[in-house]
Design a protein around this ligand. Structure first.
Ligand code: SF4
Ligand code: SF4
Length: 403
C-alpha cells in the first residue's frame, strides 16, 4: 500500500516521551499533565491551557534502577516509567494526576514524587480514588474525587479554567479526536483493510502521547487520505484478531503480531481505542463533570471493576467487538506481574474459548517485546491453528453440501 503521509512523522514522534510536539506545547506555556491510567477522564486533563501526556518509556533498555526502588516483582511498565523518571525524562511535567487504581503504578508515582524526579517549581502529584463498582453511589464519589484531586488543584496551582463551559469545550475537542480516530480505525472492518492494525496504533498512541491540539490537523488529513487509499491487491494477513489486555505502548507488540500473519483489527487495551476513543455523549441539562464521570464509569473496561455485571460486560464487550470487526480469534495479553489483568486473562481466556467459542491466545509479556522469540513463536502457532480451524470448517461445509 502507498505509505500514509504522516505515519513516519508520528512513528518518529513516538520515539521520545518529551517529543517535539510536547516541547512545542510547553514552550507555548501550556501545562503538561502526566497521565498513568485510563480511569482519569482525559478531557479533564485537556482543559484550556493544559495538555495530557500518557507516560511512556520508549526505547527502554535496562530497568535496573527502577527495579532497585520497586523490586523485581512489580510490573515492568511501572519500573520502566520510574527508570525514565530517574533519567530525567519527565522533567517537562507540571503535575501527575494519578488514580488510586493500581497500587503498583501508585508506588511508581510516589517514588517520582518522593525522590523529586520532576524539577519544575510548582510540580505536584495528586491521587484520586476511582470506582470499583458501577452504581450511583460510586458515581457521586467519583465526581467528588475528580473535583477535589484534579480540578481544584489545577485551578489553585495553575489558575486553570474549570468552569462548566471549559469542561464542555474540552469534551467537544476530545470528541473530535475520537471521531477522527474512529473514522480512521473503521477501515479495519474491511475484508481486505486499507489500513493495518499497526498503522492505526501509531495514530491512536500519538493521540495519547502528544498534545492533541497540535496533531488534530494531521489526523484530519489522514482521515481524508484514507478515503481513497487502495488496499493491497491480495490481503497479506492470514487471520484477524482482537488484542485485549493491559496497556500497550510498545508498538513492536502489534508489529510482531502482524508479522506473524494476524492483523490486529480491534484494540481493547488500556489507552487503546476501545473504549478510550469512544465519544462522550453530552446533554444540556446535567453538569458536564457528572456526565464525563458517568461515561468513564459505565464504559470502563478495567478489570478492577469487580461487580458481577461489569465482569460479564467485559466478555460481552469483547464478543461484540470481535463480531463487528469480523475477528477469527482473540489475543489476551498481560504485562508480567499485573494482578488485575492476571486474573482477568486467566478467567476470560477460558470463558471466551469455552462459552463463546473463540480461539484464544493467552500470554504474559515484558514491557518491551521486540526481541521476544517466544512470543513470536506462540503467535505464529496461534495463526496456524486459526487457519487449520478455518480449513476444517470449510471442509465440513463442503461435506454437508456434497451429501
Ligand atoms: S488496568 Fe485499570 S488500573 Fe490499570 S491502567 Fe488500565 S484502567 Fe488503569
Ligand atoms: S499493567 Fe497492571 S500492574 Fe502495570 S500499571 Fe497497568 S494495571 Fe498496574
Amino acid at each position: 500500500m502507498k505509505d500514509l503521509k504522516h505515519l513516519y512523522y508520528f512513528e518518529n514522534m513516538l520515539q521520545e516521551a518529551n517529543n517535539d510536539l510536547v516541547r512545542q506545547a510547553t514552550e507555548e506555556g501550556k501545562i503538561a499533565i502526566g497521565s498513568v491510567c485510563s480511569q482519569i477522564p482525559e478531557p479533564l486533563l485537556n482543559l484550556p491551557g493544559c495538555f495530557s501526556v500518557r507516560l511512556r518509556a520508549p526505547r527502554t533498555g535496562s530497568i535496573d534502577m527502577g527495579t532497585y526502588y520497586m523490586t523485581s516483582l512489580l510490573c515492568e511498565c511501572c519500573r520502566a516509567l520510574l527508570e525514565r523518571a530517574l533519567e530525567g525524562g519527565y522533567n517537562f511535567l507540571d503535575c501527575i494526576l494519578a488514580p488510586d487504581a493500581c497500587s503498583q503504578m501508585n508506588r511508581c508515582v510516589e517514588n517520582i514524587e518522593k525522590l523529586q524526579l520532576c524539577t519544575k517549581d510548582k510540580f505536584f502529584v495528586e491521587y484520586a480514588d476511582v470506582p470499583m463498582k458501577c452504581d450511583e453511589t460510586a458515581l457521586k464519589h467519583y465526581v467528588r474525587q475528580m473535583k477535589a484531586h484534579l480540578l481544584e488543584p489545577l485551578h489553585d496551582t495553575y489558575d486553570v479554567d474549570i468552569t462548566e463551559e471549559a469542561l464542555r469545550e474540552a469534551v467537544r475537542h476530545h470528541n473530535e479526536i475520537c471521531r477522527l480516530l474512529n473514522e480512521i480505525g473503521s477501515y479495519r472492518k474491511e475484508h481486505n483493510p486499507r489500513i493495518t492494525g499497526y498503522e492505526f496504533a501509531v495514530f491512536c498512541l500519538a493521540s495519547y502521547a502528544c498534545p492533541q491540539y497540535l496533531l488534530i490537523d494531521k489526523l484530519r488529513e489522514t482521515a481524508e487520505e484514507l478515503k481513497t487509499r487502495k488496499a493491497e491487491p491480495n490481503n497479506p494477513f492470514r487471520a484477524r484478531v482482537v488484542l485485549i489486555g493491559s496497556e500497550v505502548d510498545d508498538l513492536d507488540l502489534i508489529k510482531l503480531i502482524e508479522e506473524s500473519g494476524a492483523m490486529v483489527v480491534a484494540d481493547r487495551f488500556c489507552f487503546g481505542s476501545f473504549p478510550g476513543r469512544e465519544e462522550i455523549p453530552m446533554n444540556d441539562t446535567e453538569d458536564a463533570l457528572l456526565q464525563i464521570c458517568r461515561f468513564y464509569m459505565t464504559s470502563g473496561q478495567c478489570p478492577r471493576f469487580m461487580n458481577t455485571d461489569k465482569i460479564t460486560e467485559r466478555k460481552e464487550y469483547v464478543d461484540q467487538l470481535a463480531k463487528e470487526y469480523k475477528a477469527d480469534g482473540l489475543i489476551y495479553q498481560q504485562m508480567k506481574f499485573c494482578d488485575y489483568w492476571g486474573y482477568e486473562r486467566a478467567s476470560a481466556a477460558h470463558i471466551m474459548r469455552e462459552q463463546y467459542g473463540y480461539p484464544v491466545l493467552s500470554v504474559d509479556r515484558p514491557y518491551v517485546v521486540g526481541g521476544s522469540g517466544q512470543l513470536r513463536t506462540r503467535t505464529q502457532a496461534f495463526v496456524e491453528s486459526i487457519e487449520m480451524k478455518k480449513l476444517q470448517n470449510e471442509d465440513r461445509k463442503g461435506g454437508v453440501a456434497d451429501e
